[in-house]
Design a protein around this ligand. Structure first.
Ligand SMILES: Nc1ccn([C@@H]2O[C@H](COP(=O)(O)OP(=O)(O)OC[C@H](O)CO)[C@@H](O)[C@H]2O)c(=O)n1
Length: 695
């Protein structure tokens, strides 16, 4: 395992091509960003690559100068060094989409393989796209690789791997592990050794070729490939029940096929679908392809390229059926091809569980996707139960934390987009207002960040509140720690029209006879928000003094497990509020109402980080668990989002923060409320969640 480069950048010198620009003759000089001039001490570097002996077209110049090696007889040390460069480069790109774009850039620098090399015997098995790989040992006993793919993203992966491994000794190639590539932080969905990891598949294939070449050199025999399908003169026999199930559905009900074709044609929807997600979907879509060409089903990264063809062919929507990272790939590839925001609607329907599939037709699936989708917004896979109307619907958003300051990071280094977050809110308001039946919106707190420059707090709060006031309906605000960093309670509560007594911000309302919404004030006992010397401030400080030995009470350093919640940016529900909660739940029980509890601070250890919990979440949950009426507890504060169902069947959902949405991505949603479930339809960062319970 390579831990880091063994040669420092400044100690390496190269005499590689004086003209590092890719040309037809010397097409592959992939990493312009790597400053080869700074390689300074190796004495006799030279390009030793020559084309393989098998015939190539005359204009084919296989990666002529990719191999930069020290001397023929020594271990090069260049593999770890190049790996280090590559990792540094990809690490500098914080956004996944930028990393995909960088891969796409490198793909353009990789020479295509001629048709004579794009043959089955050169295929990389198990890869999600078609990948062809050739390898040879040169006269110095060093490896030379060539690769190509039908997917541009995969060509990017190949370009990177070739750049790292070309010119290395066989043992150096064999020493690299997929884990060494993990820090590149791209293409690792499903884990380092997952079948969808192109790095892994291509690397393993390169290593297999190395072993074969070395074995051949030693006069040993090649090994046979392992088949997953048995192909014989009697036909194709699937190995395994899943393949068999897929094969059955390849003859689907013609009426279902026609129904889908009509929807896709009418709405101009292109579909890219992972082949392994649902056999029936695959069967219907495969048959529909004959009538509507803009359908691509595969288990391949080339799906992203096919989306571009669909857009060029006039599709107005691209629906991606499959995993989330595939939507990212499709979006990056569409962006790169000039089909950016506004030109095309991308709907991702990712979490298509069998449970959900049973309840809907494919037609409703596509229509739902389009209705809820925006450029990257999505239903994230949820669909309403057919034939049922929600009792009520409400919008949700959390942790906008707007400030007119440049992008930054959380204490733990998570990127924060202070200016973009208000655009997230604006987009949410636009979407909520276009919803026909939204009853109200709940803001889960922290509307302005504590880093808002001194003197600008009031204006910033007003600015964000002004956006909330554009909502065509009531807005219910919760207060969070960042609200209180900016304004004291006596200013904040009237501004946001928060009902409550004595500066406290807990209240309840019943928007429909069947339901009650209970809003808790998690900073009732808190060292922030109350005036200095106020009994609640003193109570909180005394409590923190006992529980947190750090001089900086915002720091959980040294606190263990659940104790880590005893930090100043959290707070507690006071005794009176607990009694009020008890009475309110009693009342709701009498009225046979179901209850949704809302609090900025999360109340469940599974749905939240330990550091984000309400100090006395356990006391609050003890009250809640005495009744059967509470069906869900919703919160913000934890930013990354979480979901759990506790031992009493209460659902807990903490929402993903608007603040942490990179530009052009969003985090808001709406919840459809039924007698037996809540359906959270999340957009982008907010994962959709189906919360079912006994009516
Ligand atoms: N480990 C930590 C975490 C934070 N701080 C400091 O505390 C202040 C508030 O932190 P911040 O992350 O801004 O609070 P949020 O409400 O946005 O988020 C809550 C977390 O997500 C809960 O997990 C700030 O000054 C931090 O620097 C700290 O010292 N040590």
């Amino acid at each position: 395992m390579y831990s880091s480069a063994t040669a420092t950048i400044s100690s390496i010198k190269t005499t590689i091509s004086p003209n590092p620009k890719p040309t037809k003759k010397n097409p592959f000089f992939p990493f312009e960003k790597i400053n080869l001039r700074s390689f300074s001490s190796f004495k006799s570097l030279k390009c030793i690559h020559s084309p393989p002996s098998n015939p190539k077209p005359s204009n084919y110049s296989p990666l002529t100068c990719t191999a930069v090696t020290f001397s023929p007889s020594h271990t090069t040390e260049l593999v770890p060094s190049k790996l280090h460069h590559l990792i540094t480069e990809f690490k500098s790109l914080s956004q996944p989409i930028d990393r995909v774009k960088r891969l796409l850039h490198y793909a353009t620098l990789l020479s295509p393989l001629p048709d004579s090399s794009r043959v089955d015997s050169n295929r990389v098995m198990g890869c999600t796209a078609l990948v062809w790989l050739e390898a040879q040992l040169d006269k110095y006993g060093k490896m030379m690789f060539w690769a190509d793919s039908d997917s541009e993203i995969t060509r990017g992966f190949c370009a990177c791997l070739i750049w790292v491994l070309d010119g290395a000794l066989p043992e150096e190639v064999l020493k690299v592990t997929t884990e060494d590539l993990a820090a590149l932080n791209i293409g690792l969905h499903g884990g380092a050794r997952s079948r969808v990891n192109t790095w892994h598949n291509v690397l393993v294939s390169m290593q297999k070729r190395v072993r074969i070449l070395v074995a051949e050199g030693d006069g040993k025999k090649d090994f046979d490939p392992f088949p997953s399908l048995i192909v014989s003169s009697d036909g194709v026999q699937a190995k395994g029940s899943y393949d068999e199930a897929q094969a059955r559905y390849l003859f689907p009900d013609e009426s279902k096929v026609q129904e889908i074709v009509n929807v896709l044609k009418e709405k101009k929807i292109g579909v890219v679908s992972l082949s392994y997600m649902d056999p029936e979907v695959q069967g219907i879509l495969t048959a529909a392809q004959k009538h509507w060409p803009h359908i691509h089903i595969s288990d391949s990264l080339v799906m992203a390229d096919s989306a571009v063809e669909m857009a060029e062919g006039g599709c107005k929507f691209i629906t991606v059926l499959g995993v989330d990272f595939m939507s990212e790939n499709v979006r990056a590839t569409l962006d790169q091809a000039g089909f950016g925001e506004g030109l095309l609607h991308l709907c991702k329907l990712s979490s298509l569980t069998p449970h959900l599939r049973q309840k809907l037709t494919l037609k409703s699936l596509f229509l739902q996707g389009i209705c809820a989708g925006d450029t990257m917004g999505s239903t994230n896979g949820l669909v309403s139960p057919p034939g049922k109307r929600p009792l009520l619907s409400f919008g949700v958003i959390s942790d906008v934390q707007y400030a007119d300051i440049p992008d930054g990071h959380s204490f733990l280094g998570v990127p924060r987009y202070y200016r973009h977050s208000i655009h997230v809110l604006q987009r949410a308001v636009q979407k909520w207002n276009s919803h026909q039946n939204l009853n109200f919106v709940i803001n889960f707190g922290d509307i302005v960040d504590g880093k808002c420059p001194p003197g600008q707090s009031l204006d910033a709060v007003k600015k964000v509140n002004n956006e909330f006031q554009k909502i065509n309906g009531p807005v219910y605000h919760l207060i969070g720690n960042h609200c209180l960093y900016n304004l004291p309670r006596d200013k904040l509560l009237p501004l946001l029209r928060i009902p409550g007594l004595n500066g406290l911000a807990y209240y309840d309302f019943s928007p429909t006879p069947e339901y009650r919404i209970v809003v808790l004030d998690g900073y009732d006992i808190s060292a922030i928000g109350w005036p200095q010397g106020h009994s609640k401030t003193l109570q909180a400080l005394e409590f923190l003094e006992k529980k947190n030995p750090n001089s900086d009470k915002n720091s959980p350093a040294g606190l263990l497990g659940l104790e880590r919640r005893f930090v100043m940016f959290n707070g507690a529900v006071g005794r009176e509020q607990l009694e009020w909660l008890d009475g309110t739940l009693q009342d709701a029980t009498k009225l046979k109402q179901k209850v949704i509890v809302c609090c900025h601070l999360p109340l469940d250890v599974v749905a939240s980080s330990q550091e984000a919990l309400l100090w006395n979440y356990d006391e609050v949950m003890n009250v809640i668990h005495q009744y059967n009426c509470v069906k869900a507890c919703l919160s913000g504060h934890d930013h990354k989002g979480g979901y759990s169902v506790d031992s009493h069947g209460v659902h807990h959902r903490s929402f993903e923060a608007a603040l942490e949405c990179p530009p052009n991505t969003y985090a808001y949603g709406h919840i459809d409320v039924y007698d037996d479930r809540l359906l959270l339809f999340g957009t982008d960062r907010i994962q959709s969640t189906e919360m079912c319970f006994n009516p």
